[in-house]
Design a protein around this ligand. Sequence first.
Ligand code: GLU
Length: 290
Amino acid sequence: MPSPVLRFAPSPNGRLHLGHAYSALLNAAFAAEMRGRLLLRLEDIDPLRCRPDLAAAVIDDLSWLGLSFEAPVRRQSEHMADYRAVLDGLRERGLAYPCFCSRRAVAAAASGSDPDGAPLYPGTCRGRPDAGALIAAGHPHAWRLDGEAARAQARDGLAVTVFAAPGATSVRPAAPARWGDAVIARKDVPTSYHLAVVWDDAVQGVSHVVRGRDLDAATDLHVLLQALLGLPGPAYHHHALIRDPAGEKLSKSLGSVALAALRREGVTAPEVWRRLGFRPGPGGAPILIR
Ligand code: GLU
């Protein structure tokens, strides 16, 4: 049996906060419990928001927290040619189409919301006869998955393997239709979060994905993409989100819970572990206090 492979995959578009620390510690705790490998991936596809100094700060915060990851760190910005090739493959199979709509146009024409609460795309650009001409004329465009065609090719029976704790695996049906025609490549880069995360988890041999509950619904789209691309599906654990004292989901805008701010205030890494419900195990890896 190959060793389990886990990964922590932050986006370096801000400083890490306590929510990230929880996710990283849980990945490390599960990896230790499963005697698995632990990888770090920087999801830096956004050329404007992801900056090299923030990427360096993420790595520094993780090492301050006392976590170590197998080298090398994978940076998504270095793999754009691969994502483009994957996208081209989906286009050639008639599973993706260019979308020229602005955010505002999508919001105005939307027929409901996707699981993230964003406007559900009504398919305005699907089958547009002038698409080739618009591209040739240099009009900016994203690429969307043709959801119906994709589901027809992937066939029924899509399922997500989930695990509540190491070894406690079960299966739930996936419902990717609620994402409609999701963006698989943004206007500025030849991928979106969804395409890159699915590709990278496969390339890195990730067997167990541990991430926040805010990405639970996205997994339905991820298993559809895995089925289309013939990629293995990891098992997923979506953990509860750490809330701030007012019960709100943490966001990077809340500077008070950034690890950098805690460090400045003199909070130590062991205190952060304790606050988040972890203690050091025999080899120094975190153990979740259940
Ligand atoms: N990069 C994503 C984030 O920082 C996490 C992606 C994932 O774990 O699948 O929210």
